[in-house]
Design a protein around this ligand. Sequence first.
Ligand code: ATP
Length: 381
Amino acid sequence: MNIGFTTPGHERIGDGPAAGILLDDVCRDFGDKQAVSHVTLEINKGEFFSLLGPSGCGKTTTLRMLSGLEYPTSGSITLDNEEITDVPANKRSVHTVFQNYALFPHMTVAENIAYGLKNRGLDKKEIRVRVGEMLDLVELRGQENVSPGSLSGGMQQRVALARALVLKPKALLLDEPLGALDLRLRQHMQTVLRQIHREVGITFVYVTHDQGEAFAMSDRIGVMRSGKLLQVATPEDLYRKPVNEFVAQFLGSSTRLGGIVTEVVSNGRYAIKLPGSGIECECAGAAGMGEGDRIVAVIRPESIRVHTAGTAEDGKDMVGLDAAVDSVTFMGSHYRTILRNGESVILAHIPSNAAPVKAGDNLHASWNVRDMWAAPAEKEA
Ligand code: ATP
């Protein structure tokens, strides 16, 4: 795919001063409700950063404080070493792309993209060049004279991206921009967005409640819940080393077996006991836990192997339990297989080219302790 800024002589927008964003102990109250609670977060220059969390967790309010559409009740925000906490939206070098595109229907695609440049009083020639660059970047050459209403949702969203990026902001803020698109188009646009990010090199801050979307695009992700920022990490680290049970269950499916820490071997390494499954072993886990703490042992489904009961012995590195198959669902690349033993529910992804299993089969499920992670259990209500 040929998107703009690839021809010699073109500058990447990000070659100029790109944004490093710092939120320092930021809170936002609405009456008695604290929508954002003591969020401290550093977003690197040029990073594709996503805020991820369930509806109402405060991610949009956080983004709105970056854009200047909302102001913090306390705390400060810095963009590229300049404090912008109280700077009005129109004086910040950031632009937001919304889910509903917010394009001008009576203007052509090119006029929409040119709008902000005209307002800034740039001369016609420069506007033409920059609009052309943007049309290349978002692959809309040939569509410049049509009305946005005649384009598909994905194309309209690309016009909205071009209209924001043509102003060369220090950061682009994206508020669930793909939410209105169907699944296939959304996946295509994720690739397009990632490529555009690579091309322009500026900081992207993306808000979504969709874990798959955040994983597909982000360098790092911040997971929020009830106004708090729980964990900031790469997609891989969030998946493999969740800071608590909520993050573990929010980011992908997993087996979670309840137990306790019986000994702190070192910070981040624990001896654990999982009474429901009879497993006692050592494994890595979230930092800062102590002896007696309640945990869940998290195992991702691709790490679990199943064998006919009695054919596999667990050793030093392998642990497991006997369990009966509860359900098997064909997912194309794998069978989503749920096994049970009393309270213990095991989720395994069995490759679809492996020997088939069926509901009622008695099996042994096992995994390497390396693939198990101890995380603090949710507090009981
Ligand atoms: P969603 O994905 O549903 O948009 P979100 O994670 O983006 O959710 P926010 O929109 O930031 O969450 O809202 C966080 C909390 O603050 C919610 O409980 C919401 O009802 C509340 N809230 C947000 N804006 C306002 C407002 N202007 N007045 C009162 N309460 C608000």
